[in-house]
Design a protein around this ligand. Structure first.
Ligand code: ADP
Length: 389
C-alpha cells in the first residue's frame, strides 16, 4: 500500500462512544492516511458501499438491523473484494473467530488495542485481501487457459484423425491389390506406411482420451460385445505391425466366452494399447492374446516374451507420462497408453494386473464383469451421456 494516497475506511458501528474512540485511534495511528466514513446500521452501510469505493471495512457485528454472522454475510455479499475487519467486545471472541472462517480478514477486540495496532491491522487486512484477489485472478486465468487447451486438443485431435481415416482407406485398397498387383518391395513399403499411420492414429487417440479423462468427461456406451470378434478385428487392423515385427502371434478366444455388455470403443483401446506395447517392447519370441471366462467375468491376457519391467516400476508405469524404457521403441509413445488402460478398465468395473520379470517378458491381465452397467451407473451421471470416444 502506498502511504501517500488516502485510504477510504467505512466504520459500521452504532455506539457513538465506540465511533469516537476509533476516530481518535485512527487520528493517532501515525502515518496511515485513513479517511473515515461512519454507518450506524447495515442498511446505511450497504447504501454507502454502493455509492462510494472503500478500501477497508471495520464492522461491528451487533447492529440495530442485523446481528452476528448475518451482519458479516450481508456485508460480504455487497462489498465484494473489500476486506472486512470485525469489531468485537471482550465476551464475543468466539463469534469473531467464526467470522474469520466466514471470510473476515481479521478482528479487533474493542478497548484492547492501540491506535498504531489498529492501523497496522487494517493495512495487513488490505494486503492480505489484495494477495487473495491476485491469487483468485491467477487461478481464473489458469483455469481459462486450461479450458482453451482442452478445447484446442479436442478439436485438433478430431481434425488430425479424419484425414488418417482416408489414408487407411486407400492403404487398404492398395494392399488388397485393388489398384493392381504390387511387387514385394511396394507391399513392404505400404505396410510400413500403414504401421506408422496407425501408430500416429493411436497417439492422437490417446491424447484425446487423456484430455477427456482429465476433464472428468468419460462418456460410456454399453453394447453387447463378442470378444472373439473384437480380437479378430484388432488382429486384422494390426497386420502391418505384426508382419514387420518378425514375432510370432497367437490370438485365442475360448469358445465358451460369453457375450460382454461393455463399451466396445473403450475395450478396443484397452486391448490395442496393451498389444502395441507388447510388440514395441519385444524383440524376439511371441505374443499371446487370450480371452477366457474367469471369476464370473471375462479375462483378456496379453503376454509377451519381451524385455520386461523392473518390479519397482510396475506400479508407476500406470501413471500418466511415465516411461521406463526409452529404447527399444519401434514407434515412440508418450507414456499415456497404460494410464488410459487402467482408467478405462476401472470405469468399466474391472481391473488390470501385471506380472513381469526383466528379460523374461510381461503379462497384463484385464478382468471385466459380464456387464459394466453397474459400474457406469455408480459413476457420475455426466459420464453416461453421449457417444463414446
Ligand atoms: P508408451 O508405450 O507410450 O511409452 P505406456 O503408458 O503404454 O506408454 O507405457 C508406459 C511404459 O511402460 C512404457 O514406456 C514402457 O517403458 C513400459 N511398458 C509398457 N508395456 C510394456 C511391455 N509390454 N513390456 C515392457 N515394458 C512395457
Amino acid at each position: 500500500m502506498t502511504q501517500s494516497r488516502t485510504i477510504p475506511l467505512l466504520l459500521v458501528e452504532d455506539n457513538p462512544a465506540d465511533v469516537r474512540l476509533i476516530q481518535e485511534m485512527i487520528a493517532k495511528g501515525g502515518s496511515a492516511p485513513f479517511v473515515l466514513s461512519v454507518a450506524s446500521c447495515v442498511s446505511d452501510a450497504l447504501q454507502q458501499v454502493l455509492t462510494d469505493r472503500f478500501a477497508v471495512l471495520l464492522l461491528d457485528l451487533g447492529l440495530p438491523d442485523s446481528q452476528g454472522l448475518d451482519t458479516l454475510s450481508r456485508m460480504r455479499a455487497h462489498a465484494l473484494g473489500i476486506p472486512i475487519v470485525v469489531l468485537t467486545g471482550l465476551d464475543d471472541e468466539e463469534l469473531a473467530l467464526q467470522a474469520l472462517h466466514e471470510g473476515a480478514q481479521d478482528y479487533i477486540v474493542k478497548g484492547q488495542i492501540s491506535g498504531p495496532t489498529l492501523t497496522r491491522i487494517l493495512h495487513y487486512a488490505m494486503e492480505r485481501k489484495q494477495a487473495e484477489e491476485t491469487l483468485r485472478r491467477s487461478k481464473e486465468i489458469a483455469e481459462a487457459a486450461d479450458r482453451s487447451k482442452s478445447e484446442f486438443l479436442a478439436t485438433m485431435s478430431h481434425e488430425l484423425r479424419s484425414p488418417l481415416g482416408v489414408i487407411f482407406g486407400y492403404l487398404e485398397m492398395l494392399l488388397e491389390g485393388e489398384f493392381g498387383p504390387l511387387s514385394a518391395e511396394q507391399h513392404d513399403a505400404l505396410q510400413r506406411i500403414d504401421q506408422n499411420a496407425r501408430g500416429l492414429f493411436a497417439l492422437i487417440s490417446d491424447v484425446l482420451d487423456f484430455n477427456q479423462l482429465e476433464n472428468g468427461r468419460l462418456p460410456i456406451r454399453i453394447q453387447p460385445v463378442r470378444v472373439s470378434e473384437m480380437l479378430a478385428t484388432i488382429n486384422y487392423e494390426t497386420q502391418s505391425l505384426q508382419k514387420l515385427s518378425g514375432l510370432t502371434f497367437n490370438w485365442r478366444s475360448d469358445p465358451e466366452v460369453p457375450l460382454l455388455y461393455t463399451d466396445p470403443g473403450k475395450l478396443q483401446v484397452i486391448i490395442k494399447n496393451l498389444f502395441t506395447n507388447a510388440v514395441k517392447f519385444t524383440l524376439t519370441g511371441q505374443i499371446t492374446v487370450h480371452a477366457s471366462t474367469c471369476n464370473g467375468g471375462v479375462e483378456i491376457v496379453v503376454c509377451d516374451t519381451g524385455i520386461g519391467i523392473p518390479t519397482e516400476q510396475q506400479e508407476r508405469i500406470f501413471a500418466a507420462f511415465h516411461q521406463v524404457h526409452n529404447a527399444p521403441s519401434r514407434y515412440g509413445g508418450v507414456g499415456l497408453g497404460l494410464y488410459i488402460v487402467r482408467r478405462f478398465v476401472e470405469a468399466l468395473g474391472g481391473r488390470v494386473t501385471l506380472k513381469s520379470q526383466v528379460g523374461n517378458g510381461s503379462t497384463f491381465r484385464v478382468w471385466l464383469p459380464l456387464s459394466s452397467a453397474d459400474a457406469v451407473q455408480a459413476s457420475a451421471p455426466a459420464e453416461q451421456e453421449g457417444k463414446s470416444g
